[in-house]
Write a protein that binds this ligand. Structure first.
Ligand SMILES: Nc1ncnc2c1ncn2[C@@H]1O[C@H](COP(=O)(O)OP(=O)(O)OP(=O)(O)O)[C@@H](O)[C@H]1O
Ligand SMILES: [Mg+2]
Length: 153
């Protein structure tokens, strides 16, 4: 496992990290993002999806649980499990589909379904830093042989 830590990053640095990660990932990769309310999980995913070439609005899928983006031969799924109450709800909603190699999937609040989610390729944790506009970010890369991330992301 490769672990990269960033301290006190502003919104623009977060954007650059999302852009660089996006360039390295492909269909079948799963990115789980944890962090408290308002930490910047959706913001990170928004920058990720925009950098893949999607220019419309990327909102938070809190109510729908999943939003999908299919464009330019890309298939990106954005899940937010905050409102998930039971594990069976995940399967009943057909969300298993987004854990297959057909999708590049990014999941907010993965801890809400930790018993049923498979291992991810990339795990990100975002925490508030010193002030409102800064964050600390830790990226764990579980496939370092395939995906050698640079700390300069
Ligand atoms: N350095 C930063 N990195 C990320 N977001 C930042 C930063 N500075 C300010 N922000 C702001 O913090 C907010 C983060 O909100 P966001 O919806 O991404 O949080 P979230 O982690 O998805 O929360 P939730 O758990 O409610 O889904 C955004 O309004 C964003 O503009
Ligand atoms: Mg969010």
């Amino acid at each position: 496992m490769q672990k990269i830590e960033y301290r006190n990053i502003d919104k623009n640095q977060l954007k650059n990290i999302a852009i660089n990660l996006q360039k390295k990932l492909s269909l079948g990769d799963k990115v789980y993002i944890s962090g408290g309310l308002g930490a910047g999980k959706t913001q990170f995913i928004r920058e990720f999806i925009h950098s893949a070439g999607y220019f419309d609005v990327v909102k938070s899928p809190s109510y729908s649980i999943v939003d999908i983006y299919e464009f330019n031969n890309k298939k990106i799924a954005h899940l937010d499990l905050f409102r998930l109450t039971t594990d069976s709800e995940f399967e009943d909603a057909g969300l298993d589909e987004y854990l297959t190699s057909k999708w590049l999937t990014l999941i907010e609040w993965p801890e809400m379904a930790k018993k049923i989610l498979p291992k991810c390729e990339i795990l990100i944790n975002i925490k508030f830093s010193n002030d409102q506009t800064r964050r600390d970010l830790v990226i764990q890369n579980f496939i370092p042989k395939k995906l050698n991330l640079s700390s300069k992301l």
